[in-house]
Design a protein around this ligand. Structure first.
Ligand code: ZN
Length: 688
């Protein structure tokens, strides 16, 4: 099945475990992808035409190998596109990306393949397959069903027409938000900048410069709006910016009606509902839950309402405190929505007098990285050995072998820490190779961050946020690297329910807040001193500042999104604004003005993948907080969160199994019970 590469000259077709990055040029990309896709297509047709290929070994297994070959070819290209981009690469990247997308769609709509996989499921051998194999087949069938391929005419054609229209509407929704954001700007006089820190002034100067102007320009870019609402002492300016931002793409505000998303929202909700019904679901919310851990709408609603019941009184208290502070110290008698972030910042400074900058000397990158790797050694029994003979894409990149305690090579991982030209911003973990039992291939991951590079005589100094980000991505990495499952579709992070996939990453972040963990790597880069207790205490206290207000906002988004999709009734049409009022009455503590149009720019759910899934953020936080709770419980007995027995259990029940079984089962196997929302409230500091 795994045909030898047609040309050994193309490094993207090499059978070697690790990509030969320096040898890859843009000219290799399209020919390699074309060759792999042609082989893949031909092999699928052969499999479908062969009536004897109707069990796991003869159908699902070869498909896994075909898919892994495509992934092996594409992964280094997509990685280079992210970390070492160039105009030439970008061009071939989008060309090849289009071909792959087209192919994937074609495969998802392949009726013959769906029928062949259905036969595998119905076959006599299915029951004797192992758990991972059965899950793989079930997942694949669910994917086919939910892409409409199982439907009979005329439903099938209608379903496809809906998907095409929805994809256009998603794009149009997002473009309207972008256009509305671009359409508004406001030149600012020096006097209006009062209160802004130097970084915010620079940001505004940058906005002006980008438009070919001098001076300072307010725009509706996220960081600009955030900076102005947080720091600008000019109240009228804050109100203007708030109003422009929260009426984007709507029937209100400075560009009322011009980019209005109202009709698009109505149409999107109607089509999602119709499409879910065609697939046999009661609503789009039911459809969304089909591949999520939460399972039923009742569970999601109960979960959100339980959190709301606990969070709302805390948020109310925080708001009252803020009102009192604003009135006594800031001369604001009536706190408006555009005052909240500004007054909160003043209160935060008054209370904690705490600057992120004070922490940075304690977080020098080489030490933090060593800390993170040592932590995995203590918790999960794996060692990391750096290798200098592995070809990388840039001198900053590092490669480590991941070894078990007995020295067995288990996996490999690349790190690329620093921001530079041609590298995408943000941080992420990506898959280079998946574990493939058939060939003995080990998993390999990329971990990419964007920390400030070292300068002459000084290492890279991270913010505490950067440290948490590294822990987070490393957690995703461990999920991939420590998997025991040899079928890529359900191995590591693959096939894990969408609302559970952030468990291992958010779990690791908790260590970034633990004194015991910080003491291992937080050392002043010049003096070697550990983090002073006073600084640690301030950092910890500031962590939970206004956690209640934050949580009720997230609950408002989550409950609104979920009910909007769950309660859609074609006879009534979308209750876009009415429902928002209902949700706010239930969970919010501050009512925005009637002209506020938050839904019209809610791209997460109308243009992103979060439809009837926004609750997932909170859901995954419960899982990670509750899983970490097991280590805190162990620490109460043994005195240390680095408890090897708990670590071993976590590795076995959560990390090793990947998507081979339902996340709820894995969680219960680890924790001995179902997840408890109280864990999230505790981690937010809302309950003792
Ligand atoms: Zn993540």
């Amino acid at each position: 099945m795994n045909a030898p590469a047609p040309s050994n000259a193309n490094p993207l077709l090499s059978p070697a475990l690790l990509p030969d990055f320096p040898a890859i040029t843009p000219a290799h990309v399209v020919p390699a992808v074309e060759a792999v896709l042609a082989d893949y297509r031909a092999a699928v047709e052969r499999l479908v035409a062969d009536p004897s290929a109707r069990d796991f070994d003869s159908l699902a297994a070869p498909l896994e190998q075909l898919d892994e070959r495509l992934s092996r070819t594409w992964s280094p290209v997509s990685h280079l596109h992210g970390v070492q981009d160039s105009p030439a690469l970008r061009e071939v990247y989008s060309d090849a990306d289009e071909r792959i997308t087209e192919f994937t769609t074609e495969l998802g709509q392949h009726r013959g393949l769906f029928e062949a996989m259905t036969a595998v499921r119905a076959g006599a051998g299915f029951a004797s397959l192992d758990r991972a194999q059965r899950t793989l087949v079930e997942d694949s069938l669910r994917g086919f069903r939910n892409s409409g391929v199982a439907l009979e005419e005329p439903a099938r054609t209608r379903f496809r027409a809906i998907q095409t229209e929805l994809s256009k509407l998603d794009t149009a929704f997002e473009e309207a938000v972008l256009d509305a954001s671009e359409a508004w700007s406001l030149p600012l006089a020096e006097a209006q900048l009062a209160g802004l820190p130097p970084s915010a002034r620079e940001l505004l100067a940058g906005q002006a410069k980008a438009k070919g102007r001098d001076g300072f320009l307010a725009t509706l870019k996220g960081p600009v709006v955030q900076a102005l609402l947080t720091y600008a002492d000019d109240r009228a300016l804050r109100e203007t910016v708030y109003a422009a931002y929260h009426t984007r793409a709507s029937d209100q505000g400075p560009h009322a009606g011009q980019y209005d998303n109202s009709e698009r929202i109505a149409r999107i909700l109607a089509l999602r509902h119709e499409s879910a019904r065609l697939l046999g679901f009661a609503s789009a919310a039911h459809e969304s839950l089909d591949d999520k851990m939460a399972g039923t709408p009742e569970r999601v609603l109960a979960f959100l309402r339980e959190l709301a019941a606990k969070a709302k009184p805390v948020a109310q208290r925080e708001l009252e405190e803020l009102r009192a502070f604003a009135s006594a110290e800031l001369g604001l008698d009536e706190l408006q929505p555009w005052d909240v972030a500004w007054a909160s910042e003043k209160l935060r400074v008054a209370r904690y007098a705490f600057e992120e900058e004070q922490l940075k000397p304690y977080f020098a990158l080489p030490g933090v990285l060593k800390g993170v790797l040592d932590l995995a050694t203590d918790l999960f029994g794996v060692r990391f050995a750096e290798r200098f003979d592995v070809p990388v894409w840039h001198a900053d990149a590092q490669y480590f072998d991941v070894l078990d305690a007995d020295g067995t090579l288990r996996a490999g991982v690349y790190f690329d820490h620093y921001a530079r030209e041609g590298k995408r911003g943000g941080a992420w973990m990506d898959v280079c190779r998946s574990r493939l039992g058939l060939t003995g291939q080990i998993p390999v991951a990329y971990l990419t961050c964007n920390a400030a590079p070292p300068v002459e005589g000084r290492p890279s100094l991270l913010t505490h946020d950067d440290v948490l980000t590294l822990f987070h991505e490393f957690g995703h990495g461990l999920h991939h690297l420590l998997t025991e499952i040899g079928w890529p579709a359900v191995s590591g992070i693959h096939g894990v329910e969408w609302d559970a996939v952030e468990l291992p990453s958010q779990f690791m972040e908790n260590f970034g807040w633990k004194r015991e963990a910080l003491d291992r790597f937080a050392r002043h880069w010049q003096t070697g001193e550990p983090l002073p207790e006073a600084l640690f205490a301030k950092m910890t206290a500031a962590r939970h500042f206004h956690a209640g207000l934050f949580l009720v906002r997230q609950l408002e988004f989550a409950l609104y999104d979920f009910r909007l999709h769950l309660e859609y009734d074609p006879a009534l049409g979308p209750r876009t604004l009415e429902l928002l009022d209902e949700v706010r009455a239930e969970v919010s503590v501050m009512t925005p003005p009637a002209w506020q149009r938050f839904p019209h720019a809610f791209t997460h759910i109308f243009a992103g993948g979060y439809a009837a899934g926004y609750y997932s953020y909170l859901w995954a936080e419960v899982l990670s907080a509750d899983a970490f709770g097991a280590f805190e419980d162990a620490a109460r007995l043994s005195g240390s969160v680095f408890d090897a027995a708990t670590g071993e259990r976590y590795r076995r029940e959560i990390l090793a199994v990947g998507g081979s079984r339902p996340a709820l089962e894995s969680f219960i196997a680890f924790r001995g019970r179902e997840p408890d929302p109280m864990a999230l409230l505790k981690s937010y500091g809302l309950v003792a």
